[in-house]
Design a protein around this ligand. Structure first.
Ligand SMILES: NC(=O)c1ccc[n+]([C@@H]2O[C@H](COP(=O)([O-])OP(=O)(O)OC[C@H]3O[C@@H](n4cnc5c(N)ncnc54)[C@H](OP(=O)(O)O)[C@@H]3O)[C@@H](O)[C@H]2O)c1
Length: 288
C-alpha cells in the first residue's frame, strides 16, 4: 500500500515537472478571481503556492540468510546492483570472497537455531531471501532445510517483515527417497511460508544450480556442465512427467538467473506469491 502511495506521488511529481518545463511555471489548480492581480503577479503567486513533494530515497532493506554461500553471494551482488541496502546473516559472518561488492554488504554472524543471537538483525528489514540449506544425515538435513528456515519465517512475520523468499529445491524423483530428510525439511519450510506469508511469500524450486562456486581459494566452474545441459533439457519438459526417473531431466538453471528472480520476488509487490518451478525461474529471468 505504502508503495502504491509512493508510486502515485512519483507520478504526480513527474506530471508537475512536465507541466513546469512546458509552460515555464507551475500550473494553477483554478482561477484566482478574488485577488484582482495582473497576469505576472498571478504567475508569481502560483509559483509560491505550489509545493512539489520530492519522493524520498528508497528504503528497501534486504536480508539474505546465508549470504556468504554460493547462491547467497550472487543474490547479495544482484541486490546491490539494484540499489538496495543488503545485509547477510550466517554462522561464519563475512564472506571469504575478495571482491569489491562484498565491502558493501552488512555482514552479521548468527545461527538460525538460536533466534536470540540474531533477532535484532531484523530491525528495519523489509524483505528476506533465505538460502539456508544443506546436506548430512536425514535428521540433520531436516533441521537445516526445515527447522532453521521455519524459525526464520516465524521471527520475520512476528517482526513485520513484508516479503520472504525461500530457495527450496525441485523434486528429483528417486533421489527424494534417498534424501528424504532434505526434501521433507524443504516441504515443511514451504508449508510454514505459505501459511505465514500468503501474500508476500515466494518459493523458488530450482534443480541443479550452475555458476562459479568458491571452494576455499579455488573456483569451481559448474557452468561447464550445467550450461549445455540447461540448453538441452529446457526443451524436454514433457519427459519430466515420467514417474521416478523423469524428474532427473529437470533442466539446471544458472545461479545468476536464480539471483535475479529471487531479488525481484523479494522486492516487487506485484510478483505473484507461491511456488515458482524451474521453468518459471527460466521464464522470469529472461524478463527485464
Ligand atoms: N546449489 C544447488 O545446486 C542447489 C540446488 C537446488 C536448491 N539449492 C538450495 O539453495 C540454497 C542455497 O544453496 P547453496 O548451494 O548456496 O548452499 P551453501 O553454499 O552451502 O550455502 C548455505 C548457506 O547457509 C548458511 N547456513 C547454514 N546453516 C546455517 C545456520 N544454522 N544459521 C545461519 N546460516 C546458516 C551457510 O553459512 P555458514 O556456514 O557460515 O553458516 C551458507 O551461507 C539451499 O537451501 C539449497 O538447498 C541449491
Amino acid at each position: 500500500m505504502s508503495r502504491l502511495v509512493h508510486h502515485s506521488k512519483l507520478i504526480f511529481y513527474r506530471i508537475s515537472s512536465i507541466a513546469t518545463s512546458r509552460n515555464g511555471r507551475f500550473l494553477s489548480t483554478g482561477p484566482d478571481k478574488s485577488s484582482g492581480l495582473n497576469d505576472s503577479a498571478k504567475t508569481d503567486k502560483v509559483e509560491e503556492a505550489e509545493t512539489v513533494e520530492v519522493p524520498p530515497p528508497p528504503t528497501e532493506k534486504l536480508l539474505v540468510l546465508g549470504g556468504n554461500g554460493f547462491v547467497g553471494s550472487h543474490i547479495c551482488k544482484e541486490a546491490l546492483n539494484r540499489g538496495l541496502t543488503v545485509a547477510s546473516l550466517s554462522r561464519s559472518g563475512r564472506s571469504s570472497v575478495q571482491e569489491s561488492w562484498a565491502n558493501s554488504v552488512i555482514w552479521h554472524q548468527g545461527n538460525l537455531f538460536s533466534t536470540d543471537s540474531w533477532k535484532d538483525v531484523l530491525k528495519g528489514v523489509t524483505s528476506i531471501i533465505s538460502c539456508v540449506g544443506g546436506f548430512g544425515s536425514n535428521s540433520e538435513m531436516y533441521k537445516i532445510n526445515g527447522t532453521a528456515n521455519i524459525n526464520a519465517i516465524r521471527a520475520a512475520s512476528e517482526e513485520g517483515v513484508k516479503r520472504f523468499v525461500y530457495i527450496s529445491a525441485a523434486d528429483f524423483g528417486v533421489v527424494n527417497y534417498l534424501l528424504n530428510g532434505y526434501y521433507e525439511g524443504k516441504r515443511a519450510a514451504e508449508t510454514e511460508l505459505l501459511t505465514r506469508y500468503p501474500y508476500g511469500g515466494v518459493i523458488l524450486r530450482p534443480g541443479f544450480i550452475h555458476g562459479t562456486r568458491h571452494v576455499g581459494s579455488m573456483k569451481l566452474p559448474l557452468s561447464v556442465i550445467g550450461s549445455p545441459l540447461e540448453m538441452v533439457l529446457q526443451h524436454a519438459k514433457p519427459l519430466i512427467q515420467v514417474p521416478l526417473v523423469g524428474p532427473l531431466l529437470t533442466p539446471p538453471v544458472s545461479v545468476n538467473a536464480v539471483a535475479k528472480v529471487a531479488v525481484r520476488a523479494a522486492t516487487d509487490p506485484v510478483f505473484p506469491p507461491g511456488i515458482v518451478d524451474v521453468y518459471g525461474i527460466l521464464r522470469y529471468s529472461q524478463q527485464r
